[in-house]
Design a protein around this ligand. Sequence first.
Ligand code: NAP
Length: 248
Amino acid sequence: MSHFSNKIAVVTGAGRGIGQEIARTLAAQGAKVAVLSRNPASCAQAAESINADFPGTATAYAVDVADHEAVQEVAKRIGEELGTVNILVNNAGVTRDGLLMRMKEEDWDTVLDTNLKGAFNTVKAFMRVLMKAQDPRIINIASVIGLIGNPGQTNYSASKAGLIGFTKAVARELAGRSVTCNAVAPGFIDTDMTGELPPAIKDAVLAKIPLGSFGATQDIAAMVAFLASPAARYITGQVIAVDGGMTM
Ligand code: NAP
């Protein structure tokens, strides 16, 4: 498959988990991928591992998406080094769970700055380029928690609900330039983020999933690849849950 030959994709939070799988899937289908992640070592390692399978496809750019200036600078470098970006995937995300009663201001700020402001920063940095690109796409990785809420995750729920509102407004602003903007809302996917949860919580989540299992990173990457493809040109402003039926 080569849906994405001659296409350049930027994937944030691609050092691990869902983001790395998205970057790998786009690379497998011919894209040149800018692998963005916070930790320089895991960022470089992710690009190396993608290049081992698909030589010459991945370039690492270590950046904190919450840092507005740094994102502008990295966008400039990507433009110079890789060329015109067609696909932007906002996947970088963190959790700082805790009941609201005990939540610290810092836990609120870190989650909102990464999950929501991070997407503002990247869309601002790449929107001019996207408006001139072929088949331009913005895909934001939200969460079912942004749709249904979750005790202990007021900060995360707010960030993901905010990201969904942002997605729809961006979709409306950029539709005239054929840039589509959609959100994917994963359910419970096996990654480091969910690996930290205690077994009792995992069992309680599992009981609420009609399809009876947690999702895999590939389940999310496949949806992102579809939304990024020319076949999805008429879909914009949507939130697509990939959640084993959790939110139906
Ligand atoms: P993960 O395994 O924890 O990986 C998160 C990635 O994001 C890491 O590469 C991390 O970099 C990067 N990142 C974090 N903060 C960043 C920042 N400020 N700037 C740049 N990169 C940053 O998470 P995941 O489970 O793959 O989740 C990926 C996305 O899917 C997140 O937005 C998450 O909210 C969403 N999601 C996940 C699930 C799930 O069940 N796993 C469900 C719904 C939604 P470092 O390696 O440097 O930390």
